[in-house]
Design a protein around this ligand. Structure first.
Ligand SMILES: [Zn+2]
Length: 137
């Protein structure tokens, strides 16, 4: 979903004290939207409601939280890993042993998992995850 500046955002967060100021009809409409989203999530096999931690970017510790999110691949532009289906900030082309997945890219976690598997079963080391890895190794 893009905001008015055309920037893509992953979440919409509403402050309850703001929602409480809506009219009765607006609250009912918002309730219907929430129910429709829950139904979609259930059909997709997801939990109907997630709980998130939310901080204001004005907080003095926001940069520390952003660093933690970056460390875990949850900050910035995200792409979906073709292996695990998770949205990740860092993806790279897959390694030569697992190359063809419709041109999809692989995340650090899947790479590290595969690295251990191939070390154990073939004795081959595909090397550490390199987010700039453009070609298969
Ligand atoms: Zn993955």
């Amino acid at each position: 979903m893009a905001n008015t500046a055309g920037i893509e955002h992953k979440f919409v967060v509403m402050k309850i004290s703001d929602v409480e100021q809506l009219t009765h009809h607006e609250k009912v409409a918002l309730g219907h939207i929430g129910e429709a989203i829950q139904e979609i999530r259930i059909k997709q096999g997801k939990s109907p409601v997630n709980q998130y931690l939310v901080i204001n970017t004005d907080e003095p510790y926001a940069d520390e939280v952003i660093d933690i999110l970056k460390h875990h691949g949850h900050w910035g532009m995200v792409e979906t890993c073709a292996w695990c289906g998770e949205d990740r900030e860092e993806l790279r082309n897959p390694h030569i042993f697992d190359y063809d997945r419709n041109g999809g890219k692989m995340c650090r976690y899947c790479w590290d998992h595969d690295r251990e598997v191939y070390k154990g079963s073939y004795g081959e080391d595909i090397g550490p995850f390199d987010p700039k890895g453009e070609t298969a190794q």
